[in-house]
Design a protein around this ligand. Structure first.
Ligand SMILES: *Cc1c(COP(=O)(O)O)cnc(C)c1O
Length: 371
């Protein structure tokens, strides 16, 4: 699904030097590269504070801890997404309230969000799924009206941009109360291990976020809050510093591959290609098609047999997972999320796809679908 080696080869000398530099200097924890990465990301994202941490799941947890959410508080989040978001909600004894999905954008259905708001609701956690922003303007208005926090899970959409109705453009993760991301190797900006970061425009909140991420201390050995230990390694920061200047060209390469797929599948009655929202660009963390009248798992097995990587993100919506179904959801409660979990499949998507590879992949897909 990804080609990390191919991407590495193109910046190998720079990356090798950066890694060796960290080893020579020996500042493996909180070295200068970590601060530099935060500063570079602040500039790139046009956000006041970037707080690096150990991974994208920790970023979500630290965000919810810093907002002082209390057991029993309700947090509205999509069901059709990765488990990390609701995992953290459940871990902190908050109650995940799942809402259904817009079948075009794969993001949260805003009417469903509005209906899900109760007196116990404290936060909304949109996920910018597959690399396209959720429709943030109406969501932020709704949150403001009900005095709710918004935590943007930007693990799949770093670098994506949202355009407001007045023409203002903001980067994903910088619009809500807090934004979070992941630098997992396969993400759009991936390091060579685990990594994550938290974003906010709020000075006071930034102080608390840093404190929570650092054992609850603002001064060594003085713990005013219960915190966690969540740091980005200096080595990973050095790698990310080399890759960040390429992030926009990586997104352009992903878009080129997406356009190839779009053309190959255009007008096919059984294949719905990714919808492009007017308010957001797309950074194509995944290229995900929705099938009609096709045996999705059969297609997956056929592609496997042809050596074409493929994956289903995600086969079981979170409201039907044993661990997270705290409110007694039943099959049928979130029909779009459930239908998508049976009908979507993602194709190889990365920065190194060649025309030959794309031709072979699309040929294999069409062979099975047209059979
Ligand atoms: C990858 C991902 C995460 C978690 O990131 P990790 O760094 O693996 O902890 C959270 N949310 C979404 C939507 C993701 O895709």
């Amino acid at each position: 699904m990804v080609d990390l080696k191919g991407q590495y080869r193109k910046i190998k000398s720079e990356l090798d030097a950066a890694v060796m530099g960290v080893i020579e200097a020996g500042a493996f924890i909180n070295g200068p590269e970590v601060k530099k990465l935060a500063a570079d990301l602040e500039k790139y994202l046009n956000v006041k504070h970037v707080i690096p941490c150990a991974n994208g799941t920790d970023a979500l947890q630290i965000a919810m801890m810093a907002l002082n959410l209390q057991p029993g508080d309700e947090v509205i989040t999509p069901s059709f997404t990765y488990a990390a978001t609701c995992e953290v909600i459940a871990l902190l004894k908050l109650t995940p309230v799942f809402v259904d999905t817009d079948p075009d954008t794969f993001n949260m259905d805003l009417n469903a969000v509005e209906k899900a708001i109760s007196p116990k609701t404290k936060a909304i956690v949109p996920v910018h799924l597959y690399g396209q922003c959720a429709d943030m303007e109406p969501l932020l208005n709704l949150a403001k009206q009900h005095n709710l926090f918004v935590i943007e899970d930007t693990a799949q959409a770093l670098g994506a941009e949202y355009t407001f109705s007045d023409g203002t453009v903001k980067k994903a993760g910088t619009m809500g109360t807090i934004g979070t991301t992941s630098f997992f190797p396969s993400k759009n900006l991936g390091c060579y291990g685990d990594g994550g970061a938290i974003f906010t425009q709020d000075d006071e909140l930034a102080t608390v976020l840093r404190q929570v991420a650092n054992h609850g201390q603002t001064r060594l050995y003085y713990h005013d809050l219960v915190g966690v230990n969540s740091r980005l390694d200096t080595l990973q920061a050095a790698i990310l510093l080399c890759k960040l200047p390429h992030l926009d060209s990586y997104a352009a390469a992903r878009n080129q591959a997406a356009e190839y797929y779009d053309r190959a599948f255009a007008g096919h009655p059984a294949i719905k290609t990714p919808f492009r929202a007017s308010y957001s660009n797309h950074v194509f963390h995944q290229y995900t098609i929705t099938l009609t009248g096709v045996d999705r798992d059969g297609l997956g097995a056929y592609l496997d047999s042809k050596g074409v990587p493929n994956k289903v993100y995600y086969p079981v919506p979170q409201h039907l997972q044993k661990a997270y179904n705290l409110k007694g959801y039943k099959e049928g409660d979130l029909p779009v999320a459930e239908a998508l979990s049976h009908r979507v499949i993602s194709l190889p998507m990365h920065t190194e796809l060649t025309e030959d590879q794309l031709a072979y992949i699309t040929q294999c897909v069409l062979e099975f679908v047209n059979k």
